[in-house]
Ligand binder design. Structure first.
Ligand code: PMP
Ligand code: GLN
Length: 390
């Protein structure tokens, strides 16, 4: 019987993603879930109403596999207004079922077995299994706390003439690092030199604080023709279960990505697409207000954590703050997160889950995108932690 050992070892040997494990533990134990990244706010009511109306008004049959025209136009217009990009909605924009599908499709379409793929560690946990599925050979740039930056030497050690793709995440999950013009220009220069395609995961593009502005890698010199830009409406509108991915790339790249997409999901619920098209057109005040509210939550949570003796690492984007538990006398992020959920009723994510080898680290990630009452309740629980050192 072709069971058990005959299954694809790539999947058979994979652990269940840490986000599912931690959320399941939180559901079972009633812990406050600051692990998986989702807000406890229900999301903008007008956007949700549009989805409901669209479901009632007839947007329910298969739409074009590329996405409904009004959403593709809205995506192009949105990125023109917010990021200064000029995109042809019909030839350079595609809608997928979440950024996850966009990433899978892009990697499957671009990588041939044996191609080298540059990844930055820590990295979102889906990246490496997808690169391996496509037959890619991973090469790592190892980012270091507290600033998680990179320099030319670090890039040169990972890039080679065999590099086909670089998979870059900005702002970076889990650390909240926002890469600015200088780092992007350096990465672009190296991509051009090695003739690599950049798959740029920009799902956190609107979640940028402290007056910083998101810069798309695609806008760097030489990158327009060689970048696949990936966004997520679930993140933009804090409706994480919606799974509407936004893909932008030059026509010669997008045409191939579409071939992968057509046999992964083919299309994405049209009612949600219609609502996202509406949402992307919301005025500047909506986006500014949203950012200000998340920034306030980040600061509230970070200050309280500092008060408890955690070393809060710098970060200016995403829903996440990372903290170093070493000053508390702790040395193992995974053991600490297990104890946190079972003994203290708070779920968090060990940052070791964002590394290829799952090494032990002393950094853990908390999602601060919660109501004040949720954050305060979590802090009250965390305040019962006893320090192992004075
Ligand atoms: N990339 C990154 C960096 C993410 O953090 C996430 C989810 N939070 C995704 C991709 C997946 O996005 P989606 O839910 O749209 O598939
Ligand atoms: N991106 C989310 C996070 O980092 C998780 C998404 C998922 O659970 N797949 O928390």
């Amino acid at each position: 019987m072709k069971t058990g050992a005959a299954m694809n070892p790539l999947f058979a040997n994979l652990p269940t993603t840490v986000f599912e494990v931690m959320s399941q533990l939180a559901r079972e134990t009633g812990a406050i879930n600051l692990g998986q990244g989702f807000p406890d706010d229900p999301g903008p009511e007008d956007v949700r109403r549009k989805a409901a109306e669209a479901a009632l008004d007839g947007y329910n049959q298969y739409p074009s596999m590329m996405g409904i025209a009004e959403l593709r136009q809205a995506i192009a217009e949105h990125y023109r207004r917010h990021q200064g990009l000029e995109l042809d909605p019909m030839r350079e924009v595609m809608v997928t079922s979440g950024a996850t599908e966009a990433l899978a499709g892009a990697l499957l379409a671009l990588i041939e077995p044996g191609d080298e793929v540059v990844l930055f560690e820590p990295m979102y946990d889906a990246y490496l299994p997808l690169v391996r599925l496509a037959g890619g050979v991973p090469k790592f740039v190892k980012l270091r706390p507290p600033h998680w930056g990179f320099d030319e030497a670090m890039l040169r050690q990972a890039f080679s003439p065999r590099t086909k793709v670089v998979l870059f995440n900005n702002p970076l999950n889990p650390t909240g690092t926002v890469y600015g013009a200088e780092q992007l220009a350096l990465l672009a220069r190296i991509c051009v030199e090695f003739d690599a395609v950049a798959v740029c995961d920009e799902v956190w593009e609107h979640m940028v604080f402290d007056g910083l502005k998101h810069i798309p890698l695609m806008a760097q010199p030489g990158m327009r023709e060689r970048t696949v830009k990936i966004g997520s409406a679930g993140k933009i509108f804090s409706l994480t279960g919606w799974k509407v991915g936004l893909v932008c790339a030059a026509p010669h790249l997008l045409a191939v990505l579409a071939k992968a997409h057509q046999f992964l999901t083919f299309t994405t619920p049209p009612n949600l697409q219609a609502a996202v098209a509406y949402g992307l057109g919301k005025d500047e005040a909506y986006f500014t207000g949203m950012r200000a509210e998340f920034q306030r939550s980040r600061d509230r949570f970070s200050n309280a954590m500092r008060g408890l003796g955690f070393r809060v690492l710098p970060g200016a984007g995403t829903y996440f703050v990372t903290v170093d538990i070493e000053p508390l006398g702790e040395s193992d992020d995974q053991a600490f997160c297990k104890r946190l959920v079972s003994d203290f009723g708070v779920a968090a994510i060990p940052v070791s889950a964002f590394y290829a080898e799952n090494p032990v680290t002393t950094v853990i990630r908390f999602c601060f995108a919660k109501r004040d009452a949720t954050l305060d309740a979590a802090i009250a629980r965390l305040s019962k932690l006893e320090r192992k050192v004075a």
